[in-house]
Design a protein around this ligand. Structure first.
Ligand code: OGA
Ligand code: MN
Length: 209
């Protein structure tokens, strides 16, 4: 099984330029098919009990809130070769972004998210202004043959308004990247199992998850 992959530098250039201009980008077929396939096989076999009720906030401000979100999450770690392959690409990405932008991205953390039928994540922001925690959000989708009728679209809004910037179907191999502080977003109710990898480039070091 191949566990080390390199992306063309042009992929990272696209992200850097987009973050500089619009602040977001949607990239279909972001990873080599072989790796997307491996991630999909892998996430499909993670036992359901490893996915935990996701919370909002961390530490003291951590709350479980199934009104706001009803997905289940499981952190990636470098101990698993397939997870490591993904994390190492995202670390390459982090270094490239640091060379081209001045965001000072120090770390990357990511979790698999499983939305069962009926699950959603209401409008929210991943980070708050003035804290250099989550600076750039990435979401990578692992759902073959996704259809409009399956719901589960990601809707990205303009800051402080109900105007939509874009709607993304969570299709197999699609990557979305956006500035965490600037774009409120939501996940519409999913009509079938929906898998994604949500991740964040941070300005500080992630806690051990
Ligand atoms: C998140 C999130 C979006 C998605 O986990 O914070 O907004 O499309 N996920 O899965
Ligand atoms: Mn989010």
């Amino acid at each position: 099984m191949k566990t080390h992959f390199n992306l063309a530098n042009s992929s990272y250039d696209l992200i850097a330029n987009a973050l500089n201009d619009d602040g977001y980008i949607v990239l279909p077929k972001f990873l080599p098919d072989e790796l997307t396939e491996q991630l999909y096989q892998h996430v499909s076999t993670i036992p359901e009990q490893e996915f935990k009720v996701a919370g909002i906030g961390r530490n003291q401000s951590f709350q479980l809130n199934d009104k706001i979100r009803s997905d289940r999450t499981r952190w990636l770690s470098s101990f698993d070769p397939v997870e490591q392959a993904y994390l190492s690409i995202m670390d390459d990405c982090r270094q490239q972004l640091n060379q081209q932008l001045f965001l000072g991205l120090r770390d990357y953390e990511a979790h698999f998210a499983h939305y069962k039928e009926g699950s959603y994540y209401q409008r929210h922001v991943d980070a708050f202004h003035g804290r250099s925690n989550r600076l750039v959000t990435t979401v990578f989708y692992l759902n073959p043959d996704w259809d409009q009728q399956d719901g589960g679209e990601l809707i990205i809004y303009h800051n402080d308004s109900s105007n939509t910037v874009c709607r993304v179907l969570p299709e197999f191999g699609t990557m979305v990247v956006f500035l965490s502080e600037q774009f409120p977003h939501e996940v519409l109710t999913s009509m079938r199992d929906r898998y994604s990898i949500a991740g964040w480039f941070r300005g500080d070091m992630a806690h051990v998850n």
